[in-house]
Write a protein that binds this ligand. Sequence first.
Ligand code: TMP
Length: 212
Amino acid sequence: SSGGNDSRGALVVLEGLDRCGKTTQSSSLHKYLEGLGHPAELWRFPDRTTSVGQMISSYLSNQSQLDDCTIHLLFSANRWEKRSLMESKLKSGTTIIVDRYSYSGVAFSSAKGLDFDWCKAPENGLLAPDVVLYLDIPPEKAAERGGYGGERYEQLEFQMKVRQSYQALHDASWKIIDACQPVKDIEKQLQEIVFKSIETCRKGKSLTCLWS
Ligand code: TMP
């Protein structure tokens, strides 16, 4: 489909622990859609290019300190500042592949001990993904993958808590994919799921908001 005025694109989110393979799979999905001639963009959160994003980036690399509530709200603001662009792109027929979204926001902050519902609240009203691809990996396996890069959250104990928080966020839009499979096998599964999701959107599935 060339995505006319009457058909919208799909909002596809990839989630998972650090080093689960999300970034590789996101860009591979993007290439796949381009190959099909389907209009698609690759996004990521945090979007470090905005001024809010630069504050987040500085926090993640331990160059600045912020309390847990403040950084949580900055991550959320970083999604809100892209919301209207996201909506107009989707409505004009572009599919958006997003590397991390509100689920990361809630999973990482609640893993620090912040109240789960408090963490969800600022995400309320952002666009709801049509499908969430969760790349599931045991935290020990993720840690083995070339080691962590040294950012703030890249520690085994913490990632174990994040995985538990993610488990409390599953809903009907989630597809759990075993991230320990060969890269090519994962690619195939994701392509199939995304292709179907795009079809459903094209046929008129409406765009909704979190947390629906
Ligand atoms: P990245 O490695 O995908 O750029 O993400 C940076 C880190 O930020 C990663 O450890 C996950 C974390 N994160 C949050 O804590 N809250 C959020 O809302 C997002 C999007 C990411």
